[in-house]
Design a protein around this ligand. Structure first.
Ligand code: ADP
Ligand code: MG
Length: 386
C-alpha cells in the first residue's frame, strides 16, 4: 500500500512535471455471495479487499483533463467541454467516464477546473475482483473532493455505475462500486440493490481462524459482450413473463408456478436468481447467529446454482471449487460475473498451504495454466490517503 502510494506520487511528478495535490485510493472487491442478483434488484454481500487502485491528482488552471495509468502506455487528454460518452473509449473511458457521470449528477462541467491524474493499482485486472469499480471509485471520490461536490458515497457509487453503463458500455449493476466505496475492515457490505440500503456485517474471519482464498484462474472474461448481457436479458424476460418489475419480487415459494409459465432455460436462470437471493439472506443471518464457520454450505450451493442453472461457470472454475472442497475448504464458489475470473474458498488458516499445493497440482494435471492464489482480507473502502 505504502509502496503504491509512493510510486504513484513519483509517477505523477515524472509524467506531469509538478507535485500532485493529493492521493486517493479505492479497493477492489470480492463478492462473498449474491451473484447476478444486483441488476435483479436483489441482495448481495461483497467485501472490499486489501488490493487498491491508487491515484495522484493535480488540479489545472485550464479546462483540460489528462489521465494516465501505469497500466497503459499513453496519456489521454480531453477538454472538459467535450466530455461525452461518444468521445471516450478504451481504458480512459473509466476515469473520464466518471468525470462525465459526475456532470450528469450535478457537477457543473462548464465551471470546474481541469485535472491531471496518474493511476497505479494492485487489483488484478479482469479477475472478477472489479478493478473497474476500483478505478471508478478512486476517481469519483477524488473529483468529489477537489471539485467540492459534496456527494455522498451512495451517490458516488451510482456515478461509477453510470460511467460503466453509459460510457464503457457494460450493463453492470451497483454492487461493485458500493463495495469499493462503503466497505469496512473485517466486514462485508450487505446491500439491498433495490433500496440501496447498505448494512455493514461483521465477518469475524480472523477470530474464527478462517481465511478467504482467491483462486484466479487466469481465464479472462468480458462484461461488455456476450454472456453477461444475455443472462441479464433472460432475467428481464423472466420477470416480464411472471408479471413482476424485477426478480427480487419472486420468492422460493413462487418457483413451482414459474416452472409452469417459463421455458426451461429462462426458468433455470430465474431459479438461480431467486435461490441466490435467499442464500444471501441466509448467509447474513448465519453470520450473525452462528458465525463465519457456518456459511460454507451456502457458498457451495451458490456455486452449484451458477454452474447448473445460470451456466456461467467454466471448467477451470469448477476445478478450483472442487479441489478446494476436497482439500479442507468449508465452502467454495466462483465469484464475479462468470465465464472466467476467480473462485473463492473459505478455509481454516492451517489448511491453507495444503490447499494451495493441491490447486497447483490439479491445474497442472488438467493442463491448465497455473492459477494465481492469494488470501484477501476485508478492507476499508475508498479513501483519501495521507
Ligand atoms: P474487472 O473484473 O477487473 O473489473 P473489467 O473488464 O470490468 O474487469 O474492467 C477491467 C478494465 O478496467 C481494464 O481493461 C481497463 O480498461 C480498466 N482498468 C482497470 N484498472 C485500471 C487501471 N489501474 N488503469 C487503467 N485502466 C484500468
Ligand atoms: Mg469490472
Amino acid at each position: 500500500m505504502t509502496d503504491i502510494r509512493d510510486d504513484v506520487r513519483e509517477g505523477f511528478a515524472a509524467l506531469y512535471g509538478y507535485e500532485p495535490s493529493g492521493i486517493w485510493s479505492a479497493p477492489g472487491r470480492v463478492n462473498l455471495i449474491g451473484e447476478h442478483t444486483d441488476y435483479n434488484e436483489g441482495f448481495v454481500l461483497p467485501l472490499a479487499i486489501n488490493r487498491r487502485t491508487v491515484l495522484a491528482l493535480g488540479l489545472r488552471e485550464d479546462r483540460i483533463a489528462r489521465v494516465a495509468s501505469a497500466f497503459a502506455d499513453e496519456v489521454v487528454e480531453i477538454d472538459l467541454a467535450e466530455l461525452s460518452p461518444e468521445r471516450l473509449s478504451g481504458w480512459a473511458a473509466y476515469p473520464l467516464g466518471v468525470a462525465w457521470a459526475l456532470g450528469e449528477r450535478g457537477a457543473d462541467l462548464a465551471a470546474v477546473p481541469g485535472f491531471d491524474i496518474f493511476i497505479e493499482s494492485d487489483v488484478p485486472v479482469g479477475a472478477g475482483l472489479s478493478s473497474s469499480a476500483a478505478i471508478e471509485s478512486a476517481v469519483a471520490i477524488a473529483l468529489n473532493d477537489v471539485w467540492q461536490l459534496g456527494l455522498d458515497r451512495s451517490t458516488l457509487a451510482l456515478v461509477g455505475q453510470l460511467a460503466e453503463n453509459k460510457v464503457v458500455g457494460a450493463p453492470t449493476g451497483i454492487m461493485d462500486q458500493s463495495a469499493s466505496l462503503l466497505g469496512r475492515k473485517d466486514s462485508a457490505v450487505f446491500l439491498d440493490c433495490r433500496t440501496l440500503d447498505a448494512q455493514i456485517i461483521d465477518l469475524g474471519f480472523e477470530a474464527a481462524g478462517l481465511v478467504l482464498l482467491i483462486i484466479d484462474t487466469g481465464v479472462s472474461h468480458s462484461h461488455a459482450t456476450g454472456g453477461y448481457a444475455e443472462r441479464r436479458a433472460s432475467c428481464e424476460l423472466g420477470a416480464r413473463e411472471l408479471g413482476v418489475s424485477a426478480l427480487r419480487d419472486v420468492s422460493v415459494d413462487d418457483l413451482p408456478r414459474a416452472r409452469e409459465v417459463l421455458d426451461d432455460v429462462t426458468f433455470r436462470r430465474v431459479r438461480h436468481v431467486v435461490t441466490e437471493n435467499q442464500r444471501v439472506l441466509d448467509t447474513v443471518r448465519t453470520l450473525r447467529e452462528q458465525g463465519a464457520g457456518a456459511i460454507g454450505d451456502l457458498l457451495d450451493a451458490s456455486h452449484v446454482s451458477m454452474r447448473d442453472d445460470f451456466e456461467i461457470s467454466v471448467a477451470e472454475l469448477d476445478l478450483a471449487v472442487e479441489t478446494a472442497q476436497s482439500n479442507g475448504a468449508l465452502g467454495a464458489r466462483m465469484t464475479g460475473g462468470g465465464f472466467g475470473g476467480a473462485a473463492i474458498a473459505l478455509i481454516r488458516a492451517e489448511d491453507l498451504s495444503r490447499l494451495q499445493v493441491a490447486i497447483d497440482g490439479a491445474f497442472a494435471e488438467h493442463g491448465y495454466g497455473r492459477p494465481d492464489t492469494f488470501v484477501v482480507t476485508a478492507a476499508q473502502g475508498a479513501s483519501r490517503e495521507p
